[in-house]
Design a protein around this ligand. Structure first.
Ligand SMILES: Cc1cc2nc3c(=O)[nH]c(=O)nc-3n(C[C@H](O)[C@H](O)[C@H](O)COP(=O)(O)OP(=O)(O)OC[C@H]3O[C@@H](n4cnc5c(N)ncnc54)[C@H](O)[C@@H]3O)c2cc1C
Length: 279
């Protein structure tokens, strides 16, 4: 897929968000519960950033007619081929309907939406700690870091080895990957904390990034404060419009001036780790 022409590229910079029809390239099961969706969507791929999401209009099926769009983090942005990838857990009507899509089908998507991850100049090492579907959200951060020559260590946590996703992909973009799981007890928060402390003290870390677990969030908030390291968390919250109008996804955040109420869709979904309240 060719790059947009210069004028079109300038237009996309001014108006990055749009409604578009992506063509399904692949929609396959990665394990018992998660699907990998690849869409041909050059306009979306040109403007999407790590940590942002798209709002997907799941197709009607005989069983389900999802009315509201469903938010889905971008798992991979392939600008060269003009493709967007999503890794989704099949949980209810919308995602069951998504799972019925076949190669060649069209899917109405709206985005890219929200505020994604930020990498500051001079940062050299990002430590990501992700669990479950959080792996999907953090994956593009590894790719962004690789583009900027920032080293990545990723601790991936899952119920059992078969639910461990993105391991090869993260290694392919140069991340050092450590896997832990509930089945062998290695995902215990105390053990993960010991691992994080070891990495911080031995190698230095500039950013702690997390998604997908309340207990890991709380642990990383403490460590970010203790070691004086920046942290970012990608939050998930039920949402309606996805563009800040309906206020369905408002959550309280801790700020120096007390509690502040923010929209996960528009002010996030990525927030400074110290501001997030546990859920
Ligand atoms: C910014 C953002 C990014 C997301 N990225 C991903 C992703 O990359 N991969 C993925 O698998 N899921 C992701 N989600 C969650 C995904 O949007 C929901 O799982 C999906 O909307 C469920 O729709 P459904 O119709 O299948 O299920 P429903 O029938 O609507 O719900 C099934 C269950 O999921 C819960 N649920 C529904 N929507 C959400 C939501 N938005 N957040 C948390 N729980 C929800 C419901 O409370 C219910 O228990 C993301 C959510 C947000 C807000």
């Amino acid at each position: 897929m060719s790059e947009p022409a210069p004028k079109a590229a300038a237009d996309l910079e001014r108006f990055p968000v749009g409604e578009m029809i992506g063509t399904v390239v692949e929609n396959t099961a990665v394990n018992d519960g998660y699907n990998h969706l690849v869409l041909d969507a050059p306009r979306g791929a040109a403007t999407a950033k790590a940590g942002q999401f798209f709002h997907l209009l799941c197709p009607p099926t005989g069983e389900h007619t999802p009315f509201l769009r469903r938010p889905m983090s971008i798992y991979r942005i392939d600008r060269g081929q003009g493709r967007l990838e999503f890794l989704y857990k099949i949980v209810g009507g919308g995602t069951k309907a998504l799972a019925t899509l076949k190669a060649g089908d069209g899917l109405n998507i709206f985005g890219p939406l929200g505020v994604g991850f930020t990498l500051e100049d001079g940062w050299k090492h990002v430590l990501m700690v992700a669990r479950g579907v959080g792996l999907a959200t953090l994956a593009p951060l590894a790719e962004l870091a690789a583009e900027r020559d920032v080293r990545v260590t990723a601790i991936l946590s899952a119920r059992s080895p078969e639910f461990m996703m993105s391991e090869e992909y993260l290694r392919s973009v140069g991340a050092k990957v450590i896997t832990v799981n509930d089945a062998d007890g290695t995902s215990n928060v105390d053990d993960v904390e010991r691992t994080v402390r070891g990495i911080v003290e031995a190698e230095g870390v500039d950013l702690l990034a997390t998604c997908g677990s309340n207990r890991l969030l709380l642990m990383l908030q403490c460590l970010a404060r203790e070691y004086g390291i920046a942290g970012q968390v990608a939050l998930e919250q039920l949402m309606g419009c996805g563009i800040g109008m309906c206020f369905v996804c408002v959550l309280p955040f801790r700020t120096p001036d007390g509690l502040a109420y923010r929209r996960v869709c528009k002010d996030g979904p990525v927030f400074p780790i110290e501001e997030a309240l546990s859920w």
